[in-house]
Design a protein around this ligand. Structure first.
Ligand code: P6P
Length: 315
């Protein structure tokens, strides 16, 4: 079985970049250990604080951010940490060649009901500054804390999957994820229908009508409410994830964040043959204007993303 270090050596000669990914993998391993004990330690409750997004922070959001920070502070290759849980970018090693952007515990509202949550990360070169398009990423990944603890990571080649073993090592379980071009599964929070734009409404209406109403096939809807869980399912068996711009989120630019949710997930999805869009443009081409910027997120199987893009072009 191939381990993370062996895989990294096949993907890059840059040992500092390998080291940054190893640091994030080690943080994921430590966060997994904390999450396993959280219900016993009574840590799934609110921390009584709010983050820059104005969202109530759970104790584990803060604990997870501290774990990531602790690992990256020990890595001289990381110059800055951008985090959903930090209002400002945190300076680390002054001459570190890489920036890490992270959502240290995405989906944390699911913690008290024991649903899969995750740590999402994106790696950029320091020389490009804090606000770089997703195409400038040098690596991206996430750790999914589910029945198994999975690390999904891509540098410039394949999107590869590892599982955490009992000894705390990462063992490769899938060398190259391939998102099926076609799929009959879509993921959207259907309770937001009244806010949707015409394109989203038309796309979902066609899916609900299924083969009896003009769609090419029957569809199923899956919505976990935890981006890492929904994206992992789509990476493994296809589908499309939609958090489109709607009348309630339009004032903020969307719901999900560009630098540490949309861009890393788009990077991983495109590495597996999937694709991504805001509805108007490729997510990786969006020019950021703020480290906590939000964007509409639509990504997954090529055929499905192209279908909703066609509705946007007609809108
Ligand atoms: P909704 C979790 O809070 C999150 O940021 C993503 O992980 C998830 O996909 C989305 O929000 C869920 O949003 O509207 O269903 O609560």
């Amino acid at each position: 079985m191939t381990d993370l270090a062996q895989w990294l050596a096949t993907q890059t000669q840059d040992i500092q970049l390998s080291g940054v990914i190893q640091s994030m993998a080690a943080a994921g391993r430590d966060i997994a250990a904390v999450l396993r004990q959280a219900p016993i330690a009574g840590q799934t409750g609110l921390a009584g604080q709010t983050n820059v997004q104005g969202e109530a922070q759970k104790a584990l959001d803060i604990i997870s951010n501290d774990i990531v920070l602790n690992h990256l502070q020990q890595n001289s290759a990381v110059s800055v940490l951008i985090s959903e849980e930090l209002d400002e970018a945190r300076p680390l090693a002054a001459d570190g060649p890489f920036i890490v952007a992270t959502d240290p515990l995405d989906g944390s509202s699911n913690l008290d009901v024991n649903v899969t949550v995750g740590t999402i990360f994106s790696v950029l070169r320091t020389e490009g500054g804090l606000l770089q398009k997703g195409t400038e990423q040098v690596a991206a990944g996430y750790v999914a804390y589910g029945p198994a603890t999975s690390l999904v990571v891509r540098i410039a080649g394949d999107t590869t999957v590892f599982a955490l073993d009992r000894a705390g090592g990462w063992v490769m379980t899938l060398a190259a994820a391939k998102v099926p071009e076609a799929s009959g599964e879509y993921a959207i929070n259907a309770a937001r229908e009244r806010f949707w734009d015409a394109a989203t409404r038309a796309y979902v209406r066609e899916n609900v009508a299924g083969e009896t109403g003009g769609a090419a096939k029957r569809y199923n809807m899956r919505w976990v409410g935890s981006m890492v869980a929904d994206i992992h399912r789509i990476l493994m068996r296809g589908g499309i994830f939609l958090y489109p711009l709607d009348s309630e989120t339009v004032s903020k630019g969307g719901r999900l964040r560009l630098l540490y949710e949309a861009n890393p997930m788009a990077w991983l999805m495109e590495g597996a043959g999937g694709t991504s869009t805001t509805g108007r443009q490729r997510i990786l081409d969006v020019e950021p204007n703020d480290i906590h910027q939000r964007v509409p997120v639509i990504l997954g199987s090529l055929e499905e993303v192209r279908r909703i893009e066609a509705f946007y072009q007609r809108q």
